[in-house]
Design a binder for this molecule. Structure first.
Ligand code: ASP
Length: 344
């Protein structure tokens, strides 16, 4: 007889664990005991479930890199004792946390599934129970003694996504997330159908390794027609800034004004990493395809290819935290570390 599966649930907060404050009408986190009362199904899964509530629960807009570290350390401390991990998290910054965890855990061989809800668990039409129960089932799924999905993922509504490919796309409907540039890892209907060719499996014989150092000295420069030199200059000259994500147009294009080029080139020469990430959700940056991106190449700008902004933020913070050598960081930015981008 197969051993009972064991899953660790880590509760960080989010709408799933909130109720309405009668005084203000605004949603605020409830306590863990109340949450357990609202989820009697947890005892009926046939899976051994242990819960670790972070106290107090937080709205994910209050999540910081210290929260990523706390989640990662909790998983690491319990890694040997569980088949998989489910992280209950608010949807607003879930894609950032999933991306950060994917970089922090090298050679992951067990599932880390993030999920949450668009409506609090105590509300009649809440999506919380389906999301949580399916996430638990996925986290415990094994075949021939190995995890079916040994990746950091987001499960939402009926789809399992690679976490570092996701973006929150919807604040209204239950399908809150999408992965625009990578296909789903599984779909949940009457059965859970896994798309194994989309899932990354670690080399056997490698053991998991955790790295949690983070450097927050990065910024995002989203360009728009009419952006002034003053704005661009201010962002590229933030004290201690080490990397700037340039959110460009279309396939990675930007204005050709001399001042814009010179600001970027000057920053690159001062050792600031500039990463070209398109404002489009689908598709990839292709520097040099249009004349409006040719000069970015000569300014020393690095392509984010089809990486999301969320994953680019997490990747930069992780690389700047863990490595000192700028050439090594540039090299790691140009390759996919854990399936976060498609580089041809
Ligand atoms: N503001 C909430 C949060 O991110 C939204 C949610 O959970 O859906 O914590």
């Amino acid at each position: 007889m197969e051993k009972e599966s064991a899953v660790l649930l880590i509760f960080t907060g989010g709408t799933i664990s909130m109720s309405e404050n009668p005084a203000t009408g605004a949603l605020r986190p409830i306590d863990f005991n109340r949450l357990q009362e609202l989820m009697p199904e947890l005892k009926q899964t046939g899976i051994c479930i242990k819960s670790i509530p972070f106290q107090p629960f937080i709205d994910s807009s209050d999540v910081h890199p210290e929260t990523w570290e706390k989640i990662a350390l909790t998983i690491n401390e319990n890694y040997a004792d569980f088949d998989g991990f489910v992280v209950l998290h608010g949807t607003d910054t879930m894609a950032y946390t999933a991306s950060a965890l994917s970089f922090m855990f090298e050679n992951l061989s067990k599932p880390i599934i993030l999920t949450g809800a668009q409506l609090p668990i105590g509300m009649l039409r809440s999506d919380a129970k389906e999301n949580l129960l399916t996430a638990i089932e996925i986290a415990s799924a094994k075949e021939n003694g190995h995890a079916v999905v040994p990746e950091v993922c987001i499960f939402f509504e009926d789809t399992l996504f690679r976490g570092n490919r996701t973006t929150k796309k919807n604040a209204e409907h239950f399908n809150a997330f999408n992965s625009y540039n990578y296909p789903p890892l599984a779909k949940a209907g009457v059965h859970i159908k896994y798309f194994r060719s989309n899932i990354h499996y670690p080399d056997s014989g490698t053991s998991v390794r955790l790295r949690t150092k983070i450097d927050q000295n990065i910024a995002i420069l989203k360009i728009f027609p009419g952006i002034t030199q003053q704005t661009v200059h201010a962002i590229l000259n933030i004290p201690d800034i080490k990397a700037v994500i340039l959110e460009s147009f279309g396939a990675g294009n930007a204005p050709r004004n001399n001042w814009f080029f010179n600001e970027l080139k000057d920053a690159a020469q001062r050792g600031i990493l500039i990463i070209n990430k398109s404002q489009c959700s689908t598709g990839s940056v292709e520097m040099g395809r249009y004349e409006t991106s040719l000069n970015l190449v000569s300014a020393g700008i690095i392509s984010a290819y089809d990486c999301t902004t969320e994953a680019t933020v997490a990747k930069l913070m992780y690389l700047l935290g863990e490595y000192d050598n700028i050439d090594q960081i540039k090299h790691k930015l140009s390759i996919s570390l854990c399936g976060e981008m498609s580089v041809s």
